[in-house]
Ligand binder design. Sequence first.
Ligand code: GRF
Length: 198
Amino acid sequence: MSKKSRLAILASGSGSNAEAILNYFRDHSEIEVALLMSNNPQAYVLERARKFDIPSKVFSRAEFNQKEAMMKWLNEEKITHIVLAGFLWLVPDFLIHAYPHKIINIHPALLPKFGGKGMYGIKVHEAVKLAQEKETGITIHVVNEKYDDGEILFQGKCAVEESDSPTEIARKVVLLEHAAYPKVIEKWILRNPPAGNN
Ligand code: GRF
């Protein structure tokens, strides 16, 4: 029988997506969330991890960019796949090479529009509003060495009404995120199992 895939979530903030993922995989037969990692010791996502009894690790920027430190934590927990859920730092090359096609991210807009460095949170939805877009949505993509740039695995759309404020757009988008991200993660992991599982 194949072993479970072991997922690490990297998050910098509130972690509502992390919570949706934690809920979805709570009793999954093939995938478990094994570690929550954050660059932000104040992040509410750490509280959510505690609630689910998931180990967490907070790291500094120096540690994040240091191969030995990061790989030690990931190897200790036998992490096979990584998902970014509201994680704001650029992923270093060594991590992308250590987890080829095994790191994904969610972005709250229809990439390639409204992505890149500095495009996060409400700024994305303000830019969508300013551009008078008729629709927006979410993009789930493989992580490469640039911000918001890797192969797109999934996009989901919602309408933007003229009267929608950026906050209202954010509200619609987050609903799409919570509904789609866990399922896309599941499909992606089952299609890309850890080496040795077949
Ligand atoms: C989400 O909109 C996600 O797309 C983006 O950051 C936000 C994180 O929100 N990358 P939360 O912390 O999961 O609530």
